[in-house]
Write a protein that binds this ligand. Structure first.
Ligand code: FES
Length: 145
């Protein structure tokens, strides 16, 4: 991020967001896609922002999670913390990562950005569902980009 843009970004977040959120928004973990992933979903929040999540899974355990979003700083933080929470989980454990688990891990978000955590949780659940579907038809992976 360009220095001036970053300064502005932090100024906009300070006061409204806690340190954990600012840290994940400034230094998001696991950004990008996973080519030939084992599960993928893209969700759109009530605000119109989108968030995508890619999973690598081995023996029903999530070995890698990445994300991308065109949303706000809070959605970047939610995507980032979701990848951290879901890494090394079994797919069943990952299904239990809901909005509240994301909010707890981020030490909370302002009320008007709780939907960003909802978007990340719903997208994770959809990516796990995609993994489950895909594992029933493994040949479909050959047609994925
Ligand atoms: Fe749209 Fe955060 S995801 S405002």
């Amino acid at each position: 991020m360009d220095e001036k843009v970053e300064k502005e970004f932090i100024l906009n977040m300070q006061g409204e967001y806690n340190e954990t959120v600012i840290d994940h928004a400034r230094n998001p973990r696991n950004v990008g896609n996973i080519p030939q992933c084992d599960g993928f979903a893209q969700g759109t929040g009530e605000c119109g922002d989108t968030l995508g999540l890619w999973l690598s899974v081995k023996n029903d355990r999530i070995t890698r999670v990445t994300f991308w979003t065109d949303g706000c700083g809070a959605s970047i933080a939610c995507g980032s913390i979701t990848t951290v929470l879901a890494t090394d989980c079994t797919v069943e454990e990952a299904m239990k990562i809901d909005r509240d688990a994301i909010l707890r891990a981020l030490d909370g978000l302002p009320e008007d950005h709780v939907h960003c955590a909802e978007l990340a949780a719903e997208t994770l659940a959809a990516a796990v569902k995609d993994y489950k579907e895909l594992s029933k038809f493994p040949w479909k992976k050959a047609y994925m980009k």
